[in-house]
Each structure stands twice: as C-alpha cells, then as structure tokens.
Write a protein that binds this ligand. Structure first.
Ligand code: PLP
Length: 359
C-alpha cells in the first residue's frame, strides 16, 4: 500500500511540533492567559478603525509589495526602504531567512533553550541544528556559539532578549561575538521584544546592522504593538538579504488588514509605547516580588519572567491554572510567565508565594 502514500520529505520525520501557549477555553473559572507573551491591552481605537476599514475590501488581494508599510518602516527606523522586508509574523520572516540560506548539509547555530520555532524551521529547511547551551546564569554563551560556527554554518540566531529566559546581551559582548563570526555567515538578531528593553547596555540591533552586511534584525508587531493575531513582522538587512526575503515570501502573505494596522500602529506609536511602559513597570513589580519571595529569577528585559523549576515545573503550572492563570511550562526545565494585567500578575505572584513556602 505504500505506493498510495505520497512521498514526503524525510526531513519532516520526528519533527517537534510548535507548542502554542495554552488558550483560555472560556469554560470554568476566569483564566488569564499568560502563556504566549501577548500584549494584554486591546487594540487602540485608531488601529482598530484601520482594520475595520480594510475589512470592507477583503475580497481583494492585499498589496503584495507592502509598499506603504515598507515606506513607513524605512522612515521610522531611518533605513533605506530596500533594506526592509515584511512577512507573516517574524517567525514567517525567520523561515524565509532559512529558505534563503540553508539546506541539507548546512548548519544553523542558536542558543538553547531559546525560541522554540528555531529547531522546527531549521528542520523543515533540511539543515542541521547546532544548539549551544545557555550558561548557568541563563545567558547566551557567545564564545561557545562563535566556536560552534564552522564552514557548514549558514545562519546563526541570536535571540535578544532571549525567549524564554528574558535575559538580554550587553552590546559590547554582542559586538565581540559579531567580530568573530565570518562575514559570509548570516547572523539574525531576533529582537521580538526590543521595545521592552530598558537596560542601556543592550544595544539596538539596528545600530549594529548598518556596517555589517551579514547582520539581519528581526522585529515584530505581535508583542509591544499588540497585533499578534494579524501576523506581521519584518526584517532590516542589507540589500542582498532583503532581496532574498522578497524572493522567498509567500505571495500576498501579509493581509491588507495587517499592513494597515501596522502603519496605523507606527503612527500611534506614542500611545502604544506608553502601554509598553506600563507593562515594564508591572514587570519590575513582578520581578521584585518574586525575588523577595526567594526565587532565583534572571534579570528580564522582555515581557515575561522565567523560573527554572526543574522537576516541579508541571506542578507549578497546574497550581497556576487552578488559581486562574495559564502559564507556559517547559516540562523538566521551567516556566515562562508573561507579564499581563495587574490582576493576573497578582494571582501568579500569590500562587508563586504559596508554592515557594511548600518547597
Ligand atoms: C523570540 C521570538 N521571535 C519571534 C517570535 C515570533 O513572533 P511573530 O511571528 O508573532 O512575529 C516570537 C514569538 O513568540 C518570539 O518569542
């Protein structure tokens, strides 16, 4: 019967599936979703209107070139428009980068644990993942990552701040690392959480990319800008890389709703970034309370905190769920908890305190 089964690529065998943060089913007691690093604020009125306006013409294809959005991004970040490329979320752009650079026999280097899409999209490309463990302090081990680069390496992901630990890389360390990576290896600085960074030592990747043609900066509208459901992200990179991203884009992948909402968001940036400030204030509160309770929490520069709970991970996640907050467990390792509404954060903190006392 095997001749009746379509031949699929062996690269897909045994592939880990992406585990999305658990959703709130709406059944049972109130549950706050702190499992996907989403923005808890609802869309801004102006942004919502841009989407409802675009909704009236979704019988038409979107602008395939995303011209208005590319121009807006180029102005906002003061980069040539040819250096900007969009995609279906920054994970979509990351996948395009792999399609453009790597295939069977090639290697992709990244820290581990890091964003869980990296192993999946690497495996789909047919390339081999080279995972470099985080240090004891949950930091990228940049020396070991540079040592892991070989003549087979085509792409290196640097997740800054790192998901799920929240730890960010000081600029001087990152520059030293970039100096060690050969100029023909693409380094992708995944800055999905850049807007939440408050540590001045952490450099904006857009400053680093300018005189380094092998550096690509990945950003998203899903987190700080609150457009996770619309699927739009972008990369800033020198022309050959940006051009390769245009070649590998799914035609018409970014909907007009997403394009218009992203433009409206950039134009409402002050209001949106005020919300980010409020989330950062909550992050500080959550972080301090956890440390006061006796937890070891890495310094986070993102919109989430990381507790390395080891064997107790799933018990802790169950206790949180019981109390009314859904968090993201990584079994046997730890939990990532998004900073959400103050009420949700309070429930999480209360649960953490009770759990800590029971240890
Ligand atoms: C580090 C990192 N990069 C990229 C993404 C992808 O986000 P999106 O595809 O929504 O832009 C995420 C989402 O969780 C992330 O944590």
């Amino acid at each position: 019967m095997s001749e009746n089964i379509p031949k699929l690529r062996a690269a897909l065998d045994g592939m880990p599936s992406y585990k999305p943060g658990k959703r709130n089913t709406g059944d049972g007691p109130t549950a706050y979703k702190l499992s996907s690093n989403e923005n808890p604020f609802p869309p801004l009125p102006g942004v919502l209107e841009s989407v409802t306006g675009a909704a009236g013409s979704f019988n038409r294809y979107p602008d395939m070139a995303c011209a208005a959005l590319l121009n807006e991004l180029a102005d906002r970040f003061e980069v040539p428009v040819e250096h900007v490329a969009t995609g279906t979320g920054s994970v979509g752009v990351a996948q395009q980068l792999l399609q453009a650079t790597a295939g069977p026999g090639d290697e992709v280097v990244y820290a581990w644990r890091s964003f869980e899409a990296y192993p999946i999209i690497t495996q789909i490309s047919g390339a081999t993942s080279v995972r470099v463990p985080l240090t004891e302090g949950e930091e990228h081990d940049l020396d070991a990552m540079a040592d892991a680069v070989t003549d087979r390496t085509r792409l290196v992901f640097v997740c800054n701040p790192n998901n799920p630990t929240g730890v960010a890389i000081p600029g001087a360390d990152l520059e030293r690392f970039l100096d060690r990576v050969p100029r023909d290896v693409l380094v992708v600085l995944d800055e999905a959480y850049r807007e939440f960074v408050r540590d001045d030592r952490v450099v904006d990747g857009l400053r680093l990319y300018r005189d380094r043609p092998n550096v690509c900066v990945l950003r998203t509208f899903s987190k700080a800008y609150g457009l996770a459901g619309l699927r739009v992200g972008f990369a800033v990179a020198h022309e050959p890389v940006a051009a390769a991203l245009r070649k590998t884009a799914v035609p018409f992948g970014v909907s007009q709703l997403a394009q218009d909402a992203a433009v409206a968001s950039l134009r409402s940036e002050d209001a949106l970034l005020q919300r980010v400030d409020a989330l950062v204030a909550e992050r500080t509160r959550v972080f301090r309370r956890l440390r006061d309770q006796g937890w070891t929490v890495p310094e986070t520069q993102a919109n989430f905190v990381w507790l390395r709970l080891g064997d107790r991970t799933t018990d802790f996640a169950a206790a949180c769920e019981q109390a009314g907050v859904i968090i993201r467990p990584f079994a046997g390792e730890g939990v990532r908890v998004t900073v959400g509404e103050p009420e949700a954060n309070d429930i999480f903190l209360q649960t953490a305190e009770t759990f800590r006392k029971s240890l």
